[in-house]
Write a protein that binds this ligand. Sequence first.
Ligand code: ATP
Length: 422
Amino acid sequence: MDNKITVSANHVTKKFDLAERQSDKVKVIFKFWGRGIPNFWAVKGVSFTAHAGETIGIIGTNGSGKSTLLEMVAGLSQPTSGEMTINGSTSIIAIGAGMRPQLTGRANIKLKALMQGMSEKEIDRKMDSIIEFSELGDFIDQPVKNYSSGMKSKLGFAISVYSDADIIIIDEALSVGDPTFTEKSLERTRRFKKEGKTIFFVTHSSAQMRKMADRVIWMHYGSVRMDGPIDEVLPKYDHFLKRFNQFSEPERLAYQKHYKNAQKDFNLNRLRQLEYNRHILDGDDMNAVTDKRAWTHSFTEDDEKMGIISKIFLIVISILTLITIDKNILNMSWTGVLNNPRHLITNLTPSKLSALEKRHSNKSTNDIVYNQNKYKVPENTSLYDVSSEFNVPIDKLMQVNHKSTTVLNPGDILIIPIEGEK
Ligand SMILES: Nc1ncnc2c1ncn2[C@@H]1O[C@H](COP(=O)(O)OP(=O)(O)OP(=O)(O)O)[C@@H](O)[C@H]1O
């Protein structure tokens, strides 16, 4: 192992928004309205460094954040806060990662190799060796959607073997193959290590972990519980698993609930305080932190680092885009938009859009003859809601009710034109 640092993670976090409804997802984009939507911190301030020639095993129970962390190492997703510095090219092997199910194995090899920066010529030169390594034979010309998970893993591994990346991430890809292929892949991985590549290795098999890793990071509900030599960490983890597996079902559920709730309640101020206390306990002089701005920045969400001017600019552009869509696609009037801005978002829910689209594509308003029905407007209902509910075009509703806006008052009586005989 040489001393070159290939990956450096500094207080890295990853937050997921648990928005369920489409309108909530849009709100999340605009922080001001999205505040009530629950968050889940899958990674809660992870720091480590990895060196060239090092094989690091990542262990932890299901949902502890291993894949989320490694996706950030691979550059497939960005941290919410903190810094992930990658020194070199990366290749991730996870079952089906980055593969297009509709394409054949051969086309996927080409696609992934191109994405990893190989030239067409290089791919043509390596294609036969990759196929041979994958052991997929004639299946290489079948769509990947027809592959078993073991076959997908073989294909992913074969592509990575020839990609020559500096940092290789193997996320449970060797748990599903047959033993001979697994042994061949482990052997190849050991060779990568000798060549000075950094390898991150996730497996639930302690035997594989012992064979491969020199160091282990134990992830526990989003945090690093231990990081050290395999002989120190693995026995502690095995002990934990033994205890955990002896829990009764209610005990296990209560344990998981406790930690999952902590992941929901987590926030960056708390992380900053924890890190501050840890430094003080370590005897560090925090007054000596010269770059206080950088320290604060590492506990600030990336999108909050954006200046206020940029934020206002982004919001104005987004609102103008929504207004343009509403005016042009949904034929809302300016007064309609200004009187009820809520519709900027709620009108764009898929059900409303598809109802409108269907109506636009099927018939022109003038082809239909209507009977009339009366309808008492409940609370929080707009003309758009009535339009969707009764499947009557907005402009027809406006026309028969002599309305110039989409805003309705609760208790109003509306005339609903119901499609009738011609
Ligand atoms: N897009 C997402 N939205 C919301 N929550 C997510 C999302 N992706 C992952 N999570 C949650 O983050 C947590 C960590 O997931 P992750 O897949 O990283 O765990 P893991 O340790 O790799 O688990 P496993 O061993 O089962 O593969 C889980 O609780 C998961 O439900």
